[in-house]
Design a protein around this ligand. Structure first.
Ligand code: SAM
Length: 268
């Protein structure tokens, strides 16, 4: 496990990540679900975690609330979502009300490395496509353990990498795009074990990542076309850089360097 990054750098990374995932450009590229496999893999996570009407779930880095809303409807569970981005939290709250699940979901601003919830307060913690972006992964894993009840379960779904990546996948944009600090699934397992979890299951879903990268490449092409036809304005967006990142990510997925996994653990 590598050394955590410094505090100032750390809060900049979190803010930068939250800002990216609150932007219209990311919504254009990804829709409302910001992880490979969308709600299909969220459902799989829910099944592996044995969610049901009695489950009290914490969704760490809940984005626009898509997964929390889906889980509440599909499994009848109660879900609290926390996200670093204030606008994400407001939007998730609005979307949950529109979806008719405001009584069983709630969202608030928070930091995965310092979760503002009492000890032993949840049956399940999920964290989709975000653990890889946390500057201090040990602290986040320890927080998951602290807020879970004894024998509570954690479900991580995250990007995995199996070797060194090309230079263009190592920068800030790649970090907040979940790539630069992605780890081999064994390392995620080590973080969970060090925090006191027993790891029960690991499932590879690399095809979900391949599909997501293909969709992003298609969207970037249509954005370029619309820009050329002057039918779209993308202030502050470096489309060229985004295309380089997507092309390089697609090659890394094809080469088996980047993948996507679900990891289930149980608080010992
Ligand atoms: C790739 S998105 C995933 C969002 C959501 N889990 C989903 O799958 O749709 C990453 C999310 O992590 C959030 N985030 C980044 N750092 C965070 C932190 N330290 N604590 C809580 N949320 C964080 C961002 O605001 C963003 O919404």
């Amino acid at each position: 496990m590598s050394k955590p990054v410094q505090p100032t750098e750390s809060s900049q990374l979190k803010s930068c990540c939250a800002a990216l995932y609150q932007s219209d450009f990311v919504r254009f590229l990804l829709g409302d679900s910001f992880h490979p496999g969308g709600t299909r893999l969220t459902e799989r996570l829910g099944v592996l975690l044995h969610l049901g009407p009695l489950s009290r779930v914490l969704d760490v880095a809940s984005g626009k609330g898509e997964s929390a809303i889906f889980l509440a409807r599909r499994f009848g569970c109660k879900v609290v979502g926390i996200d670093f981005g204030v606008e994400n939290v407001s939007e998730a709250t609005r979307r949950a009300a529109a979806a008719g699940v405001a009584d069983v979901t709630s969202f608030r601003q928070g930091d995965a490395e310092q979760i503002d919830c009492p000890d032993n307060s949840f049956d399940v913690v999920i964290c989709e496509c975000a653990f890889c972006t946390f500057p201090d992964k040990s602290k986040a894993a320890a927080e998951f353990e602290r807020v879970l009840k004894p024998f509570g379960r954690v479900g991580l779904s995250d990007l995995t990498r199996s070797g060194p990546l090309p230079k263009e996948l190592e920068g800030l944009l790649a970090w907040v795009a979940c790539i630069a600090d992605a780890r081999p699934s064994d390392e995620y397992v080590d973080y969970l074990k060090a925090a006191g979890f027993k790891v029960l299951e690991i499932e590879a879903h690399d095809e979900g990542l391949a599909e997501m990268v293909r969709n992003i490449q298609g969207k970037l092409l249509s954005a370029e076309l619309m820009l050329n036809l002057k039918k779209l304005d993308l202030p502050g967006v470096d489309l060229g850089q985004a295309k380089v990142l997507a092309r390089s990510a697609a090659a890394a997925v094809r080469a088996g360097l980047l993948g996507y996994s679900l990891i289930i653990g149980c608080r010992a």
